[in-house]
Ligand binder design. Structure first.
Ligand SMILES: NC(=O)c1ccc[n+]([C@@H]2O[C@H](COP(=O)([O-])OP(=O)(O)OC[C@H]3O[C@@H](n4cnc5c(N)ncnc54)[C@H](OP(=O)(O)O)[C@@H]3O)[C@@H](O)[C@H]2O)c1
Length: 336
């Protein structure tokens, strides 16, 4: 048997294309002392990967040209030179877009599929779910009766953020692209409403949030941010998780025709808090608390999830390009 890997071939300007990636067959690596050979079953596809394709200065190093694309996987131990892991153990780690990988034991985490299926450790119980929990714990801090608006509400982070806010007693309004996503957010995830950003968002927000917005979970930026911002109540919080609508904007691109940012005068007048965060800063240190809370919510029937599963590593580049166009419906994951 051979290994399958997806390499970064070019650094795209603007929207990536499939030719920026290359799918190759290589030898399966052998684990060295203290290392573990893992066969991945699922690969997580996430918006941050667009940043790793670029060599612009960022909070993390870019993927080098010709290297395996970065990404989190969950899979099974095939061979172990670390006494903490045995053949057949299910583990999560960041081993990239490839079927087989070797990892130091310290870089792997055993996962418990008694809580939820293996694939959820790429989404609900993985980095995106942890992101939702950290952002609400540290910045959003929704209180009972407050109004929370969540953009990209049916996506990996949004679906978890909204359900946690709901469990904490807030009124939760989603924003998503299209009727099918909105129906899912209300009927399955039990948000109080979901607004379609392809329609007149101002009018929909007026109706859904007549008394204003206490917490805005920002995943997208652009026109959704513009519509939400003037509706903040005093002491509102804006959780700056991401702005996916900008990720394909090439560095140095002509943004003179882009919409201007919101008027920050309101930050003073309304005593708003706008804070960005990166889940890696302190998130994994608190993973145990997060997992215990998610386990409790799943058992109480308060937490559902939707995955958009693509079959085959060779389809990962196309699926990733679609993620940046809003084509995914639920947490995007590749079944290997
Ligand atoms: N700060 C952190 O540590 C951290 C960690 C993880 C993720 N994030 C950020 O969280 C956000 C959501 O990530 P995710 O993994 O949960 O992705 P996701 O929501 O599962 O998928 C992306 C969604 O964004 C929307 N979208 C895509 N392109 C768009 C565009 N051009 N304009 C407006 N909306 C667009 C689409 O939803 P609709 O069709 O509903 O619009 C799409 O389904 C991203 O900004 C990501 O970078 C941040």
């Amino acid at each position: 048997m051979k290994n399958t890997q997806v390499l970064l071939r070019n650094r795209p300007t603007g929207e990536p294309s499939e030719t920026d990636f290359e799918v190759v067959e290589t030898e399966i690596p052998s684990p060295g002392p203290g290392q573990v050979l893992v066969r991945a079953h699922f690969l997580s596809l996430d918006p941050y990967m667009r940043g790793r394709m670029s060599d612009a200065k960022s909070y993390a190093k870019p993927v080098a040209l010709g290297e395996v694309m970065e990404g989190a996987t969950v899979g099974e131990v095939v061979e172990s030179n670390d006494p903490r892991f045995g053949e057949g153990d299910l583990v999560a780690g960041s081993k990239g877009w490839q079927r087989f990988s070797v990892a130091d034991g310290d870089a792997l985490r055993k996962v418990d599929t008694g809580i939820a299926p293996l694939s959820t450790y790429t989404g609900l119980l993985g980095m995106p779910g942890l992101t939702a929990w950290v952002g609400l714990e540290d910045i959003g801090q929704p209180k009972p009766g407050e109004t929370v608006v969540v953009s990209a509400a049916s996506g990996a982070v949004g679906q978890v953020a909204g359900q946690i806010a709901k469990a904490r007693g807030a009124r939760v309004i989603g924003v998503a692209g299209g009727q099918a996503k909105c129906d899912f957010v209300v009927k399955e995830l039990c948000f109080d409403a979901c607004l379609d950003h392809r329609g007149d968002l101002d009018a929909q927000l007026d109706k859904a949030c007549p008394d204003g917005i206490d917490v805005y979970w920002e995943n997208v930026g652009g026109k959704t941010q513009h519509a939400v911002f003037p509706r903040f109540r005093d002491f509102g919080r804006m959780v700056m998780c991401g702005m996916i609508s900008q990720y394909n904007t090439a560095p140095g691109a002509d943004t003179s025709k882009a919409e201007p940012g919101p008027n920050l005068g309101a930050v003073v007048r309304k005593r708003l808090r706008i804070q960005g965060f990166i889940v890696f800063d302190t998130g994994w240190q608190r993973y145990g608390r997060f997992l215990a809370e998610m386990d409790g919510m799943i058992r109480a029937g308060q937490l559902k999830w939707k995955e958009d599963v693509v079959e085959g590593l060779e389809r990962a580049p196309r699926a990733f390009i679609g993620l940046l166009r809003g084509e995914n419906f639920g947490k995007l994951v590749v079944k290997i």
